[in-house]
Structure formats: C-alpha cells, structure tokens
Design a protein around this ligand. Structure first.
Ligand SMILES: Cc1cc2nc3c(=O)[nH]c(=O)nc-3n(C[C@H](O)[C@H](O)[C@H](O)COP(=O)(O)OP(=O)(O)OC[C@H]3O[C@@H](n4cnc5c(N)ncnc54)[C@H](O)[C@@H]3O)c2cc1C
Length: 416
C-alpha cells in the first residue's frame, strides 16, 4: 500500500527518518525552514558527538562520509578538580565522532534529494498543520526544542526542572592540542561546572569544542553572557583565566598565542530546560501527528544524548512505518513503547548528573579511578543509556555494580 509520510524539520531526527524511509521505498516529504546553503555562515548550533551505535546507523543509511579513523576519538578522559585531583580513562568498544552540524545536516539534505527525496523549504506555521494532516498519512514533527512543541503537552511527571540547570558557553576553538589518539575530556570543577572537550570536524579541519556547563551562581557562570563580539580580548583572557583555575588539564593543552574561536560565529551561549513531552496528537478521522527528537525529549547536552536519541527514535519509527499497514493512534502507541526505555533513560540519567551527586554516585566515580573495567563500562554505556540507567538509577543498583566489577577483578583461587 502506498503511504505518504510528512516530516516537518530537517534536523538529525527528521533526516535520519527520511533517509531510512527512502531506503525502504516509502514516500517521505521533508518540510523545513532552512536551506542547505544557509548553514555555512550561521552561528554555531551545537557540538554533537555521535556514538558508535549512531555511526552504525549512518553506515546503514550510506551517509558515513567521515569514516576515516583519524576523524574519530576512542575514549573519555575524566578529570575532577578536587584538592587531590581524580583522573581516569574509559574506553569505548568502537570509536565515536563529532562532525559540525553546519556541515553534516546540509550533506544529508543534499543526499536525500539526490536519491529522489523531496524537500519543501518553507516555514510551517500552526495554521498549516491541519492541511498537512490531510495531505499525509502520518505527520512527523521533528522541529527541535523550540518549534511546535506546544502541540504536544509536556509531561511534568518526567520533567523535574523548569529552568536550565547549567549556563552554557560553547565554542569551537583553535590552539588546543589534540590527544594522541584523539579523545574527549570530561572535566569537572565541583560546584562550578563541567566541561566536555570534543575534537570536532569543522570547516577548516578539526577544531576543539569546549562545551562549558556552568553552574548558576558558580565562578564560571559569567562565561554564559560574556560578549565575544563586543570585547574579544576580554572574553579570551577571562576564559583562559577560568580554564587555568577550574579545568587545568585542558588549560595545559592550550597555546595562548593561537587560542581563539575557529571562526567568529563559532560561539553559542544560553541554556536548555530538560523537557519530556507527550508524543501523539490524534486528529478527527483518526490521522496522527507524532513527535520525534527534541520535540519529544530535550536533554541538557552534558551527557551527549539528544542527537543520538533522535537518530535511534527515527529508526524505531521508520521500522514501524515500514512494517505497519495502519498509521493510527495504536501505531503511535507501539512506536512509543519501543523507543521509550532508551529515550527516557537518556533523560533520567542526564537529569541525575545535573544534580549534586549522591554519596553512592560519588563512590562510583571514585571507584572508577582505580577500576578500569568499571570506567570502560560506564563509557560504553553512552551508547546504551538504558543500560546506564539499569546500573545507576538507585543506590542499590550502584552498589551492586561496584560489587560485581570488584568481584570480577578479585584474584581467582586455584582449583585444587
Ligand atoms: C551545545 C550542544 C551540544 C550538544 N551535544 C550533543 C552531543 O554531543 N550528542 C548528542 O547526541 N546531542 C547533543 N546535543 C543535542 C542535539 O543537538 C539535539 O538533541 C539534536 O540536534 C536534536 O535534533 P532534532 O532533529 O530533534 O531537532 P533539530 O536539530 O533542532 O532540527 C529541527 C529542524 O526543524 C526545523 N524547523 C524548526 N521550526 C520549523 C518550522 N516552524 N517550520 C519548518 N521547519 C522548522 C529546523 O530548521 C531544523 O531543520 C547538543 C546540543 C547542544 C545545544
């Protein structure tokens, strides 16, 4: 049966779904407000790392254009700026990669059109929704954290915060030495914030993303509002001084003479309110609109989950569309049941990490400092947030995880 799917929004969620449907011969039309050429000179939109489960989806879609090993990173380095600093490394089983979305999304749009997919470039307004529902058998709303989320009521039971928990100062910088092999640093200055340092493929090669997650009221908060455009020397001097004090292992990698934004528009400041929404709206006649990606669940970027979730959820939705005859409210319910464990776990885990650590979480982090197997598993679980949540959602589970990995490491007694 010939079905027509409408997808509003050409972010990673909408485009991975569109390419998946195209591969399976399903008629999908993307409607989005930004043309590929509009990304080149735009302000930085995010600094997204794709974990290997997402890279495998890219390979499946035939869009793994950045698969050279030298563009990937292999592990996380953790640094806690305690009086007695804590440092440890956790390895992934397979590498991860970060590509600037101002390059990535236009390439995917062009690829979809090259394969015969249709994209309509226009802004969708609320009044357009009715006609779009009439036109398609299913309307997918993947307009990101701002757009159209009002269609889907938010879920207070799954949304513990009403304000951003971190004040972000995110930039792509030159003059920061890369690790050998390349890696991501997760640096924590207790009480002041976290910084995720990501080697990122951008317009002039690989730059370094400094994703600074600053605690409101802490010493780093002013970075979220300090203006680069108005006073570049002051911005850079203030940033360097803060990095030297709070994120010393990264500061040690910086050449102050070269340190600057890679391009003047490579800065993003602000904050994210973590929000989970209902996912389905049923219209008279039984047709539905279904939420995908950030419209469904927005997470703070600290644990690098939002885009990986949007891609995962796009595949779940795509697979169900391919295998279903009827795209009604029951269809949407089944999609939700299939994707929710991972999507909600990503949200819950991230929300937990935004709060001050419980004694058990503190113990877990301390144990990782001398238990590499535990640190590796924690790192690998960035691919599988539902597994991470199985491990850490309660103090009992954290304790059981520490005990199990300690037992795995215990010297074996020789059998008689
Ligand atoms: C600083 C930062 C760092 C991040 N780091 C990571 C990371 O490391 N790993 C990770 O997984 N996630 C990360 N994220 C989260 C990630 O960027 C988002 O979760 C993801 O990009 C959401 O994708 P989406 O497809 O849902 O929406 P979006 O990418 O926001 O796409 C929305 C699309 O809808 C279009 N649109 C919007 N309104 C309309 C309208 N009215 N009409 C037509 N079109 C419209 C937009 O132009 C766009 O094409 C980060 C986010 C930030 C801010």
């Amino acid at each position: 049966m010939k079905r027509k799917i409408g997808i509003i929004g050409a972010g990673v969620g909408g485009l991975h779904l569109a390419l998946y449907l195209n591969k399976h011969g399903v008629d999908a039309t993307v409607i989005t407000d930004r043309e590929p050429h509009a990304y080149r000179d735009s302000q930085l939109i995010n600094t997204v790392a794709h974990h290997h489960v997402t890279l495998a989806r890219e390979a499946y879609l035939g869009i793994d254009h950045w698969s050279k090993p030298e563009l990937s990173y292999t592990h996380h380095n953790h640094f806690f700026n305690f009086p007695e600093p804590l440092q440890f490394r956790g390895d992934f089983s397979r590498p991860s990669r970060a590509v600037d979305y101002r390059i990535y999304l236009p390439v995917l749009m062009e690829e979809f059109m090259r394969r015969g997919g249709e994209i309509e470039f226009r802004r969708v307004e609320e009044d357009d929704i009715g006609p779009l529902v009439d036109r398609f058998d299913l309307l997918v709303v993947s307009t990101g954290k701002g757009g159209f989320s009002q269609l889907f009521p938010y879920r207070p039971d799954l949304t513990p915060y009403t304000q951003p928990q971190r004040r972000l100062c995110v930039g792509l910088y030159k003059g920061v030495r890369h690790g050998e092999p390349m890696n991501v640093t997760l640096s924590v200055s207790p009480g002041h914030g976290e910084m995720i340092v990501i080697p990122t493929v951008t317009f002039d090669g690989i730059a370094t993303a400094l994703l600074m997650e600053n605690v409101p009221g802490g010493d780093l908060e002013e970075l979220a509002t300090l203006s680069y455009a108005q006073d570049r020397p002051r911005f850079l001097a203030t940033l360097l001084a803060k990095l030297e004090k709070h994120h010393t292992t990264t500061y040690d990698r910086i050449d102050p003479a070269r340190f600057d934004l890679a391009q003047e528009q490579d800065l993003l400041q602000g904050g994210v309110v973590p929000t989970v929404r209902s996912t389905t709206v049923e219209f008279p006649g039984g047709k539905c609109a279904i939420a995908l990606g950030d419209v469904h669940s927005v997470v703070d970027p600290m644990m690098g989950q939002g885009a990986n979730m949007a891609s995962y959820a796009a595949f779940v939705l795509g697979e169900e569309i391919v295998n279903s005859d009827v795209l009604d409210v029951r269809f949407c319910e089944k999609v939700d049941l299939k994707r929710q464990d991972r999507v909600l776990a990503a949200s819950r885990w991230t929300n937990m990490m935004l709060a001050p650590p419980s004694p058990e979480l503190g113990e877990l982090l301390g144990t990782m400092g001398h238990n590499k197997a535990l640190a590796d598993e924690f790192t690998e679980n960035f691919n599988y947030p539902e597994v991470q949540w199985d491990r850490i959602s309660t103090p009992q589970r954290i304790r059981a995880w520490i005990d199990r990995t300690a037992a795995d490491r215990a010297p074996q007694t020789q059998a008689a």
